[in-house]
Design a protein around this ligand. Structure first.
Ligand SMILES: [Zn+2]
Length: 176
């Protein structure tokens, strides 16, 4: 079964999705990263009027290292915001907060036929948490409030599982 003709927009989304799916998870790409939150504010091209805001907590185990958010512009095609690079830079520098702006490079329709540059402005803030060093981590996990059964397997795994579940739950809440 083949869909005979896809719009440029659909082609673009499929390409993006393939790229996202082919990339490793955030946890795999940034093993020292323990938490990632993003606040996104969408502005008009002049950067004056705020058209929307999105806050999300990323699930490091499941979210792709290609961090990409759709443009909210009506009919915007081939635009969107790729935060992969700002994120990689922030992790490399072990920054706890990274803020910046991205501009949508997509095109959108105005009226019936005219296509204009979207240029929606995204102001983002990434909040990052990192792995503590081993001694600190041991002290923290020995604090006694952990309900997760401790396994003797690889250290990181036993801690990742309850955390990933919590993140998944949080993400489900925010993405609604
Ligand atoms: Zn756009």
């Amino acid at each position: 079964m083949r869909v005979p003709k896809r719009s440029a927009q659909q082609e673009y989304r499929l390409k993006q999705r393939a790229q996202v799916e082919a990339s490793p998870s955030l946890a795999a790409k940034f093993p020292r990263l323990r938490g990632l939150k993003a606040t996104l504010e969408y502005f008009d091209p002049a950067g004056v009027t705020k058209n929307g805001e999105l806050k999300c907590k990323m699930n490091l185990e499941h979210a792709s290292a290609v961090v990409w958010f759709a443009c909210r512009g009506a009919d915007c095609a081939e635009g969107d915001f790729d935060l992969s690079e700002p994120l990689a830079e922030a992790v490399l520098a072990r920054r706890k907060v990274a803020v910046g702006e991205l501009r949508c490079q997509g095109m959108r329709k105005r009226g019936d036929r005219e296509r204009v540059a979207c240029r929606t402005l995204l102001r983002y803030k990434l909040s990052l948490d990192y792995d503590r060093d081993t001694t600190e981590k041991r002290r923290a996990s020995g604090a006694g409030h952990s309900t997760a059964p401790k396994k003797t397997g690889p250290r990181t795994d036993s801690e990742e599982i309850p955390r990933a579940q919590a993140l998944r739950k949080a993400q489900r809440k925010t993405s609604a």
